[in-house]
Structures are given as C-alpha cells and as structure tokens.
Design a protein around this ligand. Structure first.
Ligand code: PLP
Length: 406
C-alpha cells in the first residue's frame, strides 16, 4: 500500500508556501528533497558524535567511523556490488566521472584510443573525456539518438572497434527521460574489450540498479538526487580494475606509508579517498538509501510511472506544447516547450504560481542542438509528487497560453 500522504509528511519542505501558494516541487531531476530521517540523522551526528573518521582511538571517532563504514555497506547492497572495496565516496557524479577519466585514463588510455559517449549525455559525462583527449590524444565518438529519444544501437555497433577503450553512457537521460538499454550496450562494449562507465545520476532514485546484473565496470551517482545530502556521491568500480588504476588525489587516508623517497598507497577503497571525507554526508546518504529501500524501489517506480503516464496524457492536450523524448522505456521526466513562449519566461511564470521546474539547456547542450532549440522546461517527478500537482501544472500552463494569447 503506497501511502502518499505519509510519504509527503516525511518531507518537511513540502509544507512550504511559495509566494503564499503551496509548493509544487517538480525539479527533482536537479535535486530531490530530503526526508526528515536524513536531516535528523545528520543533525544527531553533528550534535552528539562529530569527530574525524578513521584516525581516532576515542569513542566519538570510532562512532563516526563505524557509521561511515556502515553506510558504505548499505550502498554496496543497494547497488548489488560484490564488495565494500568497490564503493568509493566522491563529491558526486561529476567528481566520480572525473576520477575515472584521470586514473583509468592514466593507466589505460594511449594516443589514438577511442572513447564513446552518447548524444544525450550530461556535460559531466562529456567534458572529462574531452579533457582526457587533450592530455592523451584519445578520440571521442558519439552514439546518436533518434527523434523519439532512443539511442541508435545500429550506429553504436558501427563505432565499436578494438580501438575503443571506454564507453560512457547515461542509464537515464536527464532531459529525455530515456532509460537506455545499458545491459546490451555493456555486453557489446565488452565484446571488443572496452570498459563501460554508467552515469546513474538519474537512475538510482527511479530504477532497481544492480551493478553485477549490468556487468558495468564503473557506475556513478550523486546523493542529492537520491533524497540524500548534497556534496556526496559514489563511484562504483570493479575491484580488479580499481586495483590497476593509480590514485587520483594525494594526501591523508589514501596512503599506506609516506617516505620522502617513496610513498605507498592504501588499499581499496581508501586509495581513492584522500583527505577527510564528508563523513556526515556519507552517513546521511546511508540513511537516505535505507529510507528508499523501506518505501521500496518497485513501489516508487510504479507510482512514478503512473505520474508520468498521467502527466504525458494531460500535457499532450495543451495545444502548443511539445514534449521532447518519447522513448518506450522512460523515467518520470518530461522536458517540453510551448511554441511562442521562451522557456525562461515559462519557468518564471510557473514559479509565480509556486511551481518549481528547471529551464535552460539542462546541462546537455548537444540534446538542445539535436532539436535545434536554445532551451527547454523540465518537470521531473519523485516519490512524493501527486496527480493533483500535475493538474496544477497543466492548469497553469493552459492559463499561460491563454494569457499570452498565442
Ligand atoms: N549526470 C546526469 C545524467 C545528471 O543528471 C547530473 C546532474 O544533473 C549529473 C551527471 C551531475 O551530477 P552532480 O552535479 O551531482 O555531480
């Protein structure tokens, strides 16, 4: 039984009024809200236990270290990883991808090698590879998508050669909502000896993500899109691969022994976690995952898919509204435009009515170029959104069309 009222009550911010109107929060793709249990858990640790992890012999330090490592185990189980050594904490998806681009790039990429990404990647899964190109001379190739927003797998096959060393693919597009067939993409990449990084930033809150079922080599996601804190994220990597990669940043915790002649490095996952981590953020993320599991990912998915279907049906009745991305497998994201209204104006007018959406290029300029637009409006739904909020969105969009007389 999906008790939406109880779920909404878990998120204090949903009680807020914006310009005197109830908040309708439809910007979950950018960041989701945090339930009270996450905020309480972090507050408890700040108030009662705060102390640096991994270095102390005293009670408080051990308490935080234990909670930090428990969160790692929770996340390991959440994504089906084989070992805690494969869970590396980063600042977010962006940092996780940059870590791989630097260290995998350092160990495995030579001049003339190729990296494949898709036309629908977020900038975070494009720019680090371009920077690698500048350092190492590896070429970037792109899998195009069709107008429905589905990847052209026939084109992908043509790009796959033994020069390809890595494929970077979004599990779910942050603009089009497309759920890409990553399992198939991974199997095909492995057949030519390439590794695959899955950008799961938009997937973990909506889908059952299992790294061993996917057989991905790397997977990255951010806490703040998963009802957890900001500034914390995860890089999953296969242990054998991580072992072969050099560390990224140097400093405390990532070392085994430091001598001026030579330093040796710590074991996994600490080799990649230089400096004091955001341990209270990590503890908060563990709590967020626990919360999501308690609601149940299958239940969340069912609820969000019903919202997506309902919103798509309603929005299609708005005469001048165009939806971008109509893939058969789609997560609860709708990017759109209304002919004759600038996306920024639309976002601003919706805001006046208490409705929070995202506008602009959505950190995916190639997708904008594909459709020849300068920006879009994006409504993205989470576990706590309701059909009534979609009614409100559609009612306001209808009024805006009328008001602007277009
Ligand atoms: N990848 C995708 C698909 C995203 O949607 C985002 C954020 O919107 C990112 C990467 C970057 O995430 P972060 O800014 O949390 O590092």
């Amino acid at each position: 039984m999906y008790d939406i009222h109880k779920i909404r009550a878990d998120f204090p911010i949903l009680e807020e009024k914006i310009y005197g109107k109830p908040l309708v929060y439809l910007d979950n793709g950018a960041t989701a809200q945090r339930p009270r249990v996450v905020i309480d858990k972090m507050t408890e640790y700040y108030l009662r236990y705060n102390s640096n992890v991994h270095r102390g012999v005293h009670y408080l330090s051990n308490k935080c270290t234990d909670a930090n490592e428990e969160a790692r185990r929770i996340i390991q189980q959440f994504i089906g990883a084989a070992s805690e050594k494969e869970i590396i904490f980063t600042r977010g998806t962006t940092e996780a991808i940059n870590l791989v681009a630097y260290t995998f790039g350092e160990a495995f990429i030579q001049e003339g090698d190729e990296i494949i990404v898709t036309e629908m990647e977020h900038h975070a899964d494009i720019v680090p590879w371009q920077m690698l190109y500048e350092r190492k001379g590896a070429r970037l190739k792109v899998i195009p998508f069709d107008d429905k927003g589905e990847l052209r797998l026939d084109e992908y096959e043509k790009l796959l050669t033994d020069r390809v060393k890595l494929v970077g693919v979004a599990y779910v597009s942050n603009v089009l909502g497309t759920e890409n067939p990553v399992r198939e993409i991974i199997a095909k990449a492995h057949a030519v000896g390439a590794k695959v990084l899955v950008d799961a930033a938009q997937a973990v809150a909506h889908l059952q993500v299992d790294v061993r079922q996917l057989d991905c080599d790397f997977l990255a996601f951010s806490g703040h899109k998963l009802y957890g804190p900001t500034g914390i994220g995860v890089l999953y990597g296969k242990e054998a691969l991580l072992q072969q990669m050099p560390p990224w940043q140097g400093g405390g915790e990532m070392i085994s022994e430091v001598r001026f002649e030579k330093t040796t490095y710590n074991e996994l996952p600490f080799k990649f976690e230089a400096g004091t981590p955001d341990f209270i953020g990590i503890i908060g993320l563990g709590e967020a995952v626990r919360y999501v599991e308690q609601i149940g990912r299958e239940n969340i998915r069912r609820h969000e898919q019903a919202l997506l279907d309902y919103a798509t049906g309603r929005m299609k009745q708005i005469p001048r509204l165009r939806i971008y991305g109509e893939a058969a497998a789609k997560a609860s994201v709708i990017s759109f435009q209304i002919d004759g209204i600038h996306h920024f104006d639309l976002g601003t007018l919706l805001d006046q009515m208490g409705i929070a959406v995202r506008t602009g290029q959505l950190c995916a300029e190639p997708v904008m170029q594909h459709y020849g637009v300068t920006g879009m409006v994006r409504a993205s739904f989470a576990m706590y959104n309701t059909p009534e909020e979609i009614d409100k969105l559609c009612e306001v969009l209808g009024k805006i069309e009328k008001m602007l007389n277009i």
